[in-house]
Ligand binder design. Structure first.
Ligand code: MIG
Length: 789
């Protein structure tokens, strides 16, 4: 993109070079070896393999039999799936109990159906093929009712129909706008929603790839610059099923440490130990909760990773100790570039231990980044990853439990913004170019860092934040959305961006609250913090020269609003933590687009300015200046305004008032949420765990509160508590059953059940017995029961 109108000078348009497309042609022969169905066609080879009854893999290689190798994204091997094969003159049909594939012979085309003969995927006049540049491509029918979601980290609205998107990890400082089709993450996965049914496609090709849901009206395509056409089709049929299937292939995150879900404060940079101490004192004095402070690049000695600048930070060990006492974690940034310096041990070890990326003739690749001329570890190699992981002892010895990986696209200060694509990687003995491995670089670095930290932390959970990644990144890291700006438009954009990251398997994600570059305003910070309260990851971060944007930077009124919402985050922590547990089990994200729960409601299909937390809480951020009203869409059911208790009927748009200190929140009638008490940090004990019920007149509601020590992996050995609560609504009679599972004894001082709505004359039974005597408090709008079950 050029930035003057010269770019559209009539003489400047180059002729478009036609790149002929070679269709795969007709089927010549078909064989089945083990679980792989192989098809030899006139201009290509195709293998089909079922991974599960509901997941099938399609691989096409134009020139040779497919290798059936998978990228590092894949965490499972194919199951043995029973397949019924039926041959006709025109077709070969493969049926499992859940999926059917019809392979047409002349020309070779495939169509994939569910067991009700509903079509998920259908090739068109064009099918699979390649062009003279050896790019592989396939075309599929795009139906009128198809809506597309996922694709990782993309600008624009929620529904990606009408977009063309590129997967090539890119450091884009500016601009983040609808014209930018590649950012830091490449997650070549999407979900199609069609008349209430969803299915997924994961295109596991690590080269630069393109998804085109724009150029043609009734056809979409995906293609890649090299490699095989290798993709998985997932049956769904609900959006949540698709997420479960996709994360079965690419993995799920562990439950994050609780402190990673608190409020985080960052700045490029808090430059000295004194500045960090002063910052922390502000939080403590003002009683604004905070769980983590970030150290950006200034903490290092000449930007050398695994060092501290001892002038700026004379005693980091003591600083860390003092902060830990205050319940605050420190998260240092670690970039991949290692400074070329023969007297620097990491560089020495890298050179002598053969750890760095090099050209095919053995010459080490150097690129300019913060430290100046630098070399880059070859993270595709497991020995290198192990080495890098172990280096983190430098940090864990000081008590550090969280790491921030930046610049890992990898970003390099040059024309192409990255490493020369001709550089080689030694992926455990198999030689690959950077052209093929580029999109995996940050992902592999994430594995190195996460596994290294996990080994070093003796049972404690590490936290990793990353900028770059590929499909599966959720296994190791949280993702923040990079260098946004303090624009209202970027607050707006962050909502669908984070929802689509969630659909792409990344449950722990969020933008820089307040905006990174440019100058924020008090109002923007207040509104953005309100949004941040309910984004899975919650960090305020800003760039060097920008106006300060800590919570107190804009006077008392704004500080009060910001504080109220940071506190609200801590109040909602038990509920959020419960949802993170669910995400770790199922892959279903914490922050969800409304269509995920209401896939038949067309009002939700491109609803980009509100979202759900779990399945029952709607959050509708205020995203415009000087605006104190907004429209909120409420799907079917009754919805309760969190602040006023007012009940609104769903299936309609309502106008909601929201003064500067109000973030519109609605809770579905007939459902539960859990809250805790406000704390300075997650380290403090829970005073009063509350489970809130918003009752209905009939039907049932259930909730499973999840709790564990928040800090170690002992939940893997059963050290957790699941509090199963069910309620049957019979008009004024509420019948509860409560049952605890797991061996963990929570450390909250008490817990209460709180029933909202008009409460006179309610009859409450718990496990068959009336419990009205336990009523200790009638707050008019709700009743509270203190329970010891
Ligand atoms: O190009 O480390 O996105 O969060 O503050 C700048 C300095 C490098 C980019 C990251 C940003 C971070 C900054 N980094």
């Amino acid at each position: 993109m050029q930035d003057t109108s010269f770019a559209i000078h009539p003489g400047s348009k180059k002729s478009i070079e036609g790149v002929p497309y070679h269709d795969i042609g007709n089927l010549n022969s078909f064989t089945k070896v083990d679980n792989i169905f192989s098809f030899v066609c006139e201009q290509g080879f195709v293998n089909l393999q079922f991974y599960k009854e509901e997941i099938v893999r399609v691989v096409m290689n134009p020139f040779a039999s497919p290798t059936m190798e998978s990228s590092f994204a894949l965490v499972i091997e194919p199951e043995v799936v029973e397949v019924d094969v039926r041959e006709t003159i025109e077709t070969i049909e493969l049926h499992t109990s859940k999926l059917s594939i019809k392979v047409f012979r002349t020309p070779f085309r495939i169509a994939i159906y569910d067991h009700n003969e509903r079509i998920l995927v259908q090739e068109t006049i064009r099918g699979m093929g390649y062009n003279d540049k050896k790019e592989v491509i396939c075309y599929k029918e795009m139906k009128k009712e198809d809506h597309f979601y996922g694709f990782g980290e993309k600008t624009s609205f929620l529904d990606k129909r009408g977009e063309k998107m590129t997967m090539w990890n890119s450091d884009v400082f500016a601009p983040h706008n609808p014209e930018i089709d590649a950012l830091y993450q490449s997650i070549p996965f999407f979900m199609t929603l069609n008349k209430g049914f969803a299915h997924g496609i994961f295109f596991d090709n690590t080269f630069k790839s393109v998804f085109d849901m724009k150029t043609e009206n009734d056809v979409y395509s995906f293609s890649a610059e090299g490699g095989e056409l290798d993709y998985y089709v997932m049956l769904g049929p609900t959006p949540k099923n698709v997420l479960e299937q996709y994360t079965t292939l690419t993995g799920r995150m562990d439950i994050p440490p609780k402190w990673a879900l608190g409020y985080h404060q960052s700045r490029y940079s808090y430059e000295t130990e004194a500045e960090v101490r002063e910052l922390v004192n502000h939080f403590l004095e003002k009683e604004i909760p905070v769980d983590a402070i970030y150290l950006d690049i200034h903490y290092m000695d000449g930007y050398r990773v695994f060092t501290f600048d001892r002038e700026r930070f004379p005693n980091p060990e003591q600083l860390l100790k003092d902060l830990k006492k205050a319940g605050i974690h420190v998260i240092p940034i670690v970039d991949p570039g290692v400074k070329e310096d023969p007297e620097y041990s990491i560089y020495q070890e890298g050179i002598y231990g053969d750890k760095f990326c090099q050209y095919i003739d053995g010459q080490i690749y150097h690129g300019d980044v913060w430290p100046g001329k630098s070399a880059f570890p070859d993270f595709t190699n497991s020995d290198v990853r192990k080495w890098w992981g172990e280096k983190h002892k430098f940090y864990t010895d000081m008590g550090i439990e969280g790491i921030w990986n930046d610049m890992n696209e990898p970003a390099v200060f040059n024309e192409t913004k990255t490493m020369d694509t001709k550089v080689m990687h030694n992926q455990d003995g198999s030689l690959k170019t950077h052209r093929e491995m580029h999109n995996l670089y940050g992902f592999y670095m994430g594995e190195a860092t996460y596994s290294g930290m996990k080994n070093l932390l003796n049972g404690k959970r590490p936290f990793l934040l990353t900028r770059a990644g590929y499909a599966g990144v959720q296994r190791y890291a949280a993702v923040w959305t990079g260098d946004n700006r303090s624009f209202w438009e970027h607050l707006q954009m962050a909502i669908p961006m984070c929802m689509n990251l969630g659909i792409s398997g990344v449950a722990l994600t969020g933008p820089d609250v307040g905006g990174f570059a440019h100058d924020t305003t008090g109002e923007l910070l207040a509104r953005w913090t309100q949004f941040g309260t309910f984004t899975p990851y919650f960090r305020n971060h800003s760039v060097l020269e920008s106006i300060r944007q800590e919570p107190w930077s804009f006077g008392e009124e704004i500080e009060a609003v910001v504080k109220k919402y940071i506190q609200l985050r801590y109040k909602w922590m038990p509920h959020l933590y419960t949802l993170f547990h669910e995400a770790s089990k199922t892959g279903v994200p914490v922050m969800r687009p409304l269509f995920m729960e209401y896939p038949n409601d067309h009002h939700t299909f491109n609803l980009s300015d509100q979202f759900l937390i779990g399945d029952n809480v709607i959050v509708a951020p205020m995203t415009k200046p000087d605006t104190f009203h907004r429209v909120v869409y409420l799907p079917e059911g009754n919805w309760i305004n969190y602040w006023t208790g007012e009940v609104s009927e769903g299936n309609k748009h309502i106008l909601v008032e929201a003064k500067l200190d109000i973030l519109p929140i609605f809770i579905k009638e007939g459902s539960f949420v859990s809250n805790g008490s406000i704390k300075q940090s997650t380290k403090q004990l829970e005073e009063d765990l509350q489970i809130h019920l918003y009752p209905s007149n009939s039907g049932t509601a259930s909730y499973v509160l999840y709790e564990d020590d928040g800090n170690t992996f002992s939940y893997e050995q059963g050290q957790y508590l699941e509090k199963h609560i069910n309620c049957e609504f019979h008009g004024n009679r509420l019948e509860f059953t409560i049952e605890n599972k797991g061996t963990y004894k929570p450390d909250w001082k008490q817990w209460s059940l709180i029933i909202h709505g008009s409460v006179e004359e309610k009859e409450v039974l718990l496990n068959g017995e009336e419990i009205s005597p336990l009523l200790i408090q009638n707050e008019g709008e709700m009743v509270r029961f203190k329970l010891d079950i």
